[in-house]
Design a protein around this ligand. Structure first.
Ligand SMILES: NC(=O)c1ccc[n+]([C@@H]2O[C@H](COP(=O)([O-])OP(=O)(O)OC[C@H]3O[C@@H](n4cnc5c(N)ncnc54)[C@H](OP(=O)(O)O)[C@@H]3O)[C@@H](O)[C@H]2O)c1
Length: 249
């Protein structure tokens, strides 16, 4: 793995779950990491402490990715502390499984603004920096955009839009040396999935049975892949949407 000594990363929604694992993995490559969170200041501080105790550089910044003012402040804070932001991981999301009949206008706004608008706002903020020579954006989508599980129509639709956004943004930003890729994680054990009652459920058992590698994912499974996509080793990869699900499809 290439060292990323000069890099500055923002990982959105890194106070727990996959975002926390990704922040740790990036910090291990020498990248200074901004651990973004929306409400869980304690969780974000725990992630920062874990990174700094290991000799890494990190700080926590509260911001709602669905707010353009917050996103501007997030980038300002990152740049003041560590310089231009050249790695962006759009991981923050509202994950909600619900039957079609339960989808309301409010829920549509909540999921789409965080999952899609949030990704767009942060991508714009990264691209608005005129002092970066190259950058890597990694969007965290879901394997659900391939497996299309029932009771996830709004969530999967929001992430399918993120996949499409990834491919188009890569074409627009490529000439500036900004790569844009997405990963599609499989079902994973996180604070969020536990809160939804996923651990130990029938749904988890069915997913494991459909996963060639035979287990649920963990936050540690995604950090190395994101660190690779952020690094110069992935310099020829852009506009790709990569399945990382233990083979579940
Ligand atoms: N876990 C899975 O099985 C799975 C599978 C496939 C894909 N994914 C994707 O992986 C990513 C992480 O999932 P997870 O299970 O780790 O989630 P999680 O445990 O629920 O954590 C979600 C994180 O997102 C943050 N967040 C939510 N809304 C935000 C907003 N508006 N602005 C800023 N931060 C916000 C939360 O911040 P606070 O807690 O501080 O409010 C938290 O840090 C998501 O994109 C999800 O779609 C997860």
């Amino acid at each position: 793995m290439s060292s990323n000594n000069a890099r500055t990363a923002i990982v959105t929604g890194a106070s727990k779950g996959l975002g926390a694992g990704i922040a740790q993995a990036l910090a291990e490559t020498g990248t200074a990491v901004v651990v973004n969170y929306r409400t869980d200041a304690q969780g974000a501080e725990r992630v920062v402490t874990g990174i700094t105790a290991n000799g890494g550089r990190a700080m926590a910044v509260q911001a709602d990715v669905a707010s353009s003012d917050d996103v501007r402040r997030l980038f300002d804070r990152a740049r003041e502390a560590y310089g231009p932001v050249d790695v962006l991981v759009n991981n923050a999301a509202v994950v909600n499984f619900a039957p079609l009949s339960d989808i309301t206008e409010d829920e549509f706004q909540r999921e789409m603004t965080t999952n899609l608008l949030g990704t767009i706002l942060t991508t714009q903020a990264l691209a608005a920096q005129d002092d970066i020579a190259a950058a890597s954006i990694i969007n965290v989508s879901t394997a659900g955009t391939v497996t299309h599980p029932p009771y996830a129509s709004l969530y999967v639709a929001s992430k399918s839009a993120v996949n499409a956004f990834t491919i188009v943004a890569a074409k627009e930003l490529g000439p500036r040396g900004i790569r844009v890729n997405a990963i599609m994680p499989g079902p994973s054990d996180t604070e969020g999935s536990r809160a939804m009652g996923y651990a130990g459920s029938d749904q988890e058992a069915q997913a494991i049975a459909a996963t060639p590698l035979g287990r649920t994912g963990t936050p540690d499974d995604y950090g190395p892949l994101v660190a690779f996509l952020a690094s110069d080793d992935a310099r020829w990869i852009t506009g790709d949407v990569i399945l990382a699900s233990g083979g579940m499809r």
